[in-house]
Ligand binder design. Structure first.
Ligand code: NAI
Length: 482
């Protein structure tokens, strides 16, 4: 029997951040994970996918961009085994670093499969077959989510892959069929296409990323994917697949008519589901909603007041940075602070080519909430840094409240959009107006200058694009007091 003050189950960006914060606040902390420290994000999600996306981006630029700059790259090739070794090195550095941080902060780490025995006790089966009982004053459940399987496409690690296997292939398939044109399917599909794989995306709705991001942003990505030769089939449901030798044939139903897609591997990325069925939660009376998410309040507390839940298992959006923030709040609440999860926006990035990054409301969302909006948009093609980076596609779009110019949302599609969006998140959190962004000097030449120009465009007076003067809006208007 082990006793601790805070027991964190799961060591991803939710769990390890919660553990470090709780330890910093003076608590005795035990972290339990069935696997290596770092969770899906560090081991088989965000980090390895970004490493492969970066490599594929280099490869693509060497093949398709360098010539325009007068650089002859010679014959480009990729050694997948070496690439996987490098990717794993990046992962190992980060997971090793997190392990050291946990240790340095005095957190104990235990590897094993955890299950609640009672609301105050956890049973942990360790790899050597032993069972340990843990008693804790508070628990934080941070065990995340896993890929959803669909009928007829059970993951077999060979023909039908989840994102985990798709990030670890030592050989490039000739063809890849991706079922699901969402975050993961598009990120992974895009980098395989760049390495020369023939990619087909099979998407059930009328378009990629439908309802997930600003539709003008997703259209830019869809156009580029098509230009690069990716076959996007929409309104399509995958029904089954057949194997003949090493060839696979996927039967899909498009607008009710059946057709087949020939491929070598099938990647299924139709969403993720919370791991709330694996911890014995129902038996202790913990409330779980119809979608499998543990119900929590603004302090991340479940209906059992000393048990907290954070990250993917506690609701959408399933994003690492949301999990980390929730981890900090849960740890602070446990340490006696009177805090709640109270954010105006959780920014999101999709690492496609070009990237999509957003914070706050889309035009449609703002209008459905009763706002009259004014939109300012600035194209990458008019930004010096973007052109010098061979990134002329895309735009920055700012949605403001017409009444007082307060920034309601920012939607960016374009190179390195991920590096620009944090300013938008800060603006929204601070209740900034378009004037606040437009009057802030942005260093030249940089991509974030487009935030300033888009804000000026929302006010009707951008410098580097021409928009018809807006007589209703005086030059440098003063926003009403907030
Ligand atoms: P997703 O929810 O983003 O997309 C799933 C897509 O599959 C949807 O477009 C849906 O219409 C389609 N679909 C569902 N069933 C289908 C079927 N039977 N046939 C064809 N299409 C079907 O899910 P995804 O891509 O698996 O990602 C899961 C979550 O992981 C995301 O919601 C996101 O929160 C997180 N994530 C975040 C990343 C980031 O921050 N850059 C990267 C990767 C994942």
């Amino acid at each position: 029997m082990k006793q601790t003050e805070v027991c964190v189950i799961g060591s991803g960006p939710g769990g390890y951040v919660a553990a470090i914060k709780a330890a910093q606040l003076g608590k005795k902390v035990l972290v339990i994970d069935r696997d290596k420290v770092g969770g899906v994000c560090l081991n088989c999600g965000c980090i390895p996918s970004k490493a492969l996306i970066t490599a594929a981006g280099f490869y693509d630029k060497m093949q398709n961009g360098a010539a325009e700059m007068g650089i002859t790259a010679g014959k480009t090739s990729v050694d997948m085994t070496k690439l996987q070794t490098w990717k794993q090195g990046v992962v190992n550095k980060l997971t090793g670093g997190v392990g050291q941080l946990l240790k340095a902060n005095g957190c104990e780490y235990m590897t094993g499969e955890a299950k609640f025995k009672s609301p105050k006790e956890l049973e942990v089966k360790t790899a050597d077959g032993k069972t340990e009982v843990i008693q804790a004053t508070s628990f934080i459940i941070a065990t995340g989510s896993r890929p959803i399987e669909i009928p007829g496409f059970a993951f077999d690690q060979k023909n039908v892959l989840s994102s985990t296997e798709a990030l670890s292939l030592d050989d490039l398939p000739k063809r890849l069929a991706v079922i699901g044109g969402g975050y993961i399917g598009l990120e992974i599909g895009s980098f395989y296409q760049k390495f020369g794989v023939e990619v087909t995306i099979i998407e059930a709705t009328k378009g990629i990323l439908t309802g997930v991001v600003d539709s003008d942003c997703s259209q830019v990505v869809a156009r580029k994917l098509k230009k690069k030769g990716v076959n996007i089939i929409v309104n399509a449901k995958a029904i089954s697949f057949k194997k003949s030798g090493s060839d696979l044939s996927v039967t899909i139903s498009v607008d009710g008519k059946e057709q087949t897609v020939a491929t070598d591997k099938i990647l299924v990325t139709v969403g993720r589901k919370p791991n709330s069925d694996q911890l014995g939660l129902s038996a202790i009376g913990l409330k779980i909603d119809a979608k499998g998410f543990i119900q929590v309040d603004k302090q991340l507390r479940t209906n059992i007041s000393h048990i907290f839940a954070i990250g993917d298992i506690a609701g959408q959006p399933m994003l690492a940075h949301k999990a980390s923030r929730e981890g900090i709040i849960a740890a602070e609440v446990i340490a006696g602070k009177n805090v709640v999860m109270d954010v105006k926006t959780i920014p999101a990035v999709i690492f496609t080519d070009p990237e999509i990054a957003s914070a706050g409301m889309t035009v449609e969302e703002a209008q459905s909430k009763g706002f009259e909006v004014k939109v300012g948009q600035f194209p990458y093609a008019a930004n010096g840094r973007a052109l010098s980076m061979l990134e002329s596609e895309g735009f920055v779009k700012i949605v403001t409240d017409k009444k007082n110019n307060v920034v309601l949302g920012v939607h960016i599609v374009g190179g390195e959009a991920s590096q620009v969006i944090s300013e938008a998140a800060l603006a929204i959190e601070m209740g900034a107006t378009a004037e606040d962004i437009a009057s802030t000097i942005h260093p030249h030449p940089t991509l974030p200058e487009m935030m300033m120009e888009a804000a000026e465009a929302a006010l009707g007076h951008p410098i580097h694009i021409f928009v018809k003067p807006d007589r209703e809006r005086p030059l440098r208007p003063t926003s009403p007091p907030r």
